[in-house]
Design a protein around this ligand. Sequence first.
Ligand SMILES: Nc1ncnc2c1ncn2[C@@H]1O[C@H](COP(=O)(O)OP(=O)(O)OP(=O)(O)O)[C@@H](O)[C@H]1O
Length: 967
Amino acid sequence: MDSDILASLNSAQSDAVTSQALVLQVLAPPGSGKTKTLTARVAHLIARHQLKPWNIIVCTFTVKAASEMKDRIQGFVGAEVAKQLKLGTFHSISLRYLKQYGQHIGLDKDFGIADTSDSKAIVKRIVKKNDLTIDATQARNRISTQKAKGIDCEQFMKGAKKGDQQEFGQVYRDYEATLKASNLLDYDDLLLRCGFLLRSHPQCVSNVEALLIDEFQDTNNIQYDLMTLFAQRQNRITIVGDPDQSIYGFRSAEIKNLTRMKEQWPDTLTINLEENYRSSGAILHAAQNIIEQDESRPPKTLQATHSHGLRPILRKLPSATGEATWLVSEVQRIQKMTGGLLQPSDFAVLLRSATISRPIEHALGKAGVPYRMIGGMKFYDRIEVKLIVDYLRVISHPDNSEAVARIVNMPARRVGEATIKSLLEEARSQDLSLWRLILDTVQGRRRPTTKLNDPSMKGLSIFVDVILCGHTKLLSSQTEAVILVDLVNLVVKKLSFQSYLTKKYPEDHEARWTNVEELIAQAIDASDPERLQAMLQENALPTIDGLEQRTASSLDDMLSLFLANIALTASTQEKAEQDGEKLQQLTISTIHAAKGLEWPVVFIPACYDGSIPHSRAEDHDEERRLLYVGMTRAQALLYLSCPIKNTKREETSLSTFLLQPGVSGFFEEHGPSIALSSVTGLATTLRRDCPSTAVINKDKRTLERDEDNYWSVNGEEPPEEIAKWDYGKGGGKFEPTRPAAVFSSAAVTMQQGFSTASAAVQPGFTSVKAQYDELMEKAVLQKVDKRAQQSNTTTVEEPPKGRKRQIEGQGSIESFFGKRSRPEPAVESKSKPTATVSSSRPLHEIRNPASHQRPKVAAPGLSSLLQHKPRNAPLYSKPTVNAHANRAPDNKYMFLSSSPPQPEPDENETSDTVPTSEAAHEDEPIVPKARPASTFHTTSMQSVAPQRKTLGVRLSRDGWANRGGRK
Ligand SMILES: Nc1ncnc2c1ncn2[C@@H]1O[C@H](COP(=O)(O)OP(=O)(O)OP(=O)(O)O)[C@@H](O)[C@H]1O
């Protein structure tokens, strides 16, 4: 079996897998097979060194990575062995230790997990109660940072200076006290307490023979400590990582941990992998050029194993809307031009911030391209799901006062916000949980100081009744066969939840109810004896002689396990794929959440300053690494794009990373012409069969345009687009920043049937600025009219299928870079589709773009850029021509200003590492009911199931957007 494991590896990978070194670092750039090597080493340790799988811990950074890792290991050692490994995120492994050995450090068995909304609510309340000036969200993040550094509140207070630090210290202290009183651990606590447990009771990990860690560059200090503690018995540690992909500095990740490790274990062996198996040479070169802008970074060798392939594209578009429309048209064109070689699931759109997804979703929906979201609004964050889960959490753990406060008046029971607040404060002052106070009040054992009128008392009684019925159900499980789903059904029934949703959300109650049904389906699956067994097996730790271990057996335990898995499941993607079904959907993801993944075609839109690097980012090197991570997800085709104006109609400036000297040489200015030879090249890079010429030609004939030539390369709005604008019916591309006075005048004019731009000006109704705008606009419109005329002529004589229109005199990629002087790389013929670069040459030696295939560019677009004057208002007065031609009949999308994004400070939190509901909250909900897509929800429980990997989570076909993503 061992030879099978090694068969598919190159020699450096083999060396790493078979290395005898106790402490091993495998450092390598993206796509070089780090994960492959790690999984092979696990298999090798089992097959060759006879290590027992249950004595091996494998830590991943995300829930998704854990499940992928399990699949890969399964491929080597089989499902039976793979499921016995102790594999998961740092958080889930820590949770297992705390659940089973927590009593040794005085941890109550029934501790709950404070999820992100609990933590936020607690901090907010503390800030409000003490009338502090500190920002609650920032304070919460700061607490997390302190914890990640291992600084507790008392330590912090000791060193705190007066003022802001003292204030924060107070919040930190109160926050910890609240968690303690509620018997809750937040996500950081899971790691910290586990560290404490393993330090004081090393026997807990006395069985551990090997520890392997993926994506080590993103570990923080607590995780580093945990590493040393997990492995303390034998110190056999393998880590894989890439400092260039360190993108979680904002969450206290420490690149320094790599050196720290070497200092701690001087015999650490480092193996570098240098061959990239993922991306074409052209993509690698471009990405490498970006990352090498960081001069503090040591030079590294990276060899492409694929041919040079098609040069990446850096595209300029007039607006975010135009960018989205172009993006979708490119997806469709590339699919057709490659004769079915590429399916929708081969495309990914990677965003710096989820907040800018809306125009892209709109365009995809309009074109009927199915998509899924990663790192957007998550299943368990949806209001209807969260509400039911909160009820379950309170039934399981009534001391969670934050959860009680959230649901006591949900559905509405006439217990007002002020009453809840007052009850909460009263409970705090008496050292009681909110639940205890409410229960005692309703049952007549206590007279609260909070004033309660009859309707409120009645509301509280109804609430108490629901929770007590849940408790009774839990208790009855000891004598009769009650399963988890019975409990969920009980809550749903007691709340008359379906009719509640119907009344409360008349517009999309069905989609919301589908979510509830999905949750019920998950509970059914988790109740399945086989599944239950698998879940328990996954969570069980080996028995250690002489060490008492708590085991999960009752329904209460099952419920708490179910809820813990929900709390630790931040990522909800891939459900369908885990069902063994590859749904044909394009992926929209944040770059953070795309870490470790790959797609044949990747788009990175909104490449402008403020977006990437993000306006709020302090560390620009980390932002550059983020762009690098995004670019290196692409296998065969990579598109970067930048709208000249963002959705607020603000002028943008191309990302500083792309403006650096020499960068332009690595990019084309528009999507590639896909010759037949290019299709062969793409197929080779993707290791797929190439479709026949007949199929390709047939598909191609269905295209209106076989070139990326609708949008001009200098970012001007095509005349056809301007002609589509419609203000009369309120559904067109109306831009919201237009001055109100001007808009109303134009609207009036349109209603009156005027048909020229000049007629739209209504003296007396416009401000000076608006008049200036109108004048500017008229000037531009005259130009546009001229162009439109020319365009019409061209259309008659020659259908615009080719590239001509775009290339002739419309500037080039140079227009992006025009503001800087830079050396001009040599230009070669553009028609060569797959010029190759010797794969054996290190990348740093062949970086000179002069040696690459270069497009033959037309006159540099510098002049067009210089002529380009910022518009103060959009070109909105052009009379409508066939305004509805391109609009979906049931188009219910709305545009919200989204760019530059204004996320919460920790909006980067988009991966599924730690549950990250901020990421979901910062993301505007996806507009429902407009397009097909699917939801992907995975719990770590789902990932344990060997055959039916979703633990029976029902696969829904009606999609992400149809799920009532609205909060
Ligand atoms: N020796 C090899 N031969 C062929 N393909 C390989 C080899 N090693 C890795 N690959 C392929 O290269 C791709 C990238 O591998 P993998 O995901 O393990 O890389 P990685 O270094 O972990 O990437 P990243 O750091 O970007 O997450 C995968 O499709 C993998 O199957």
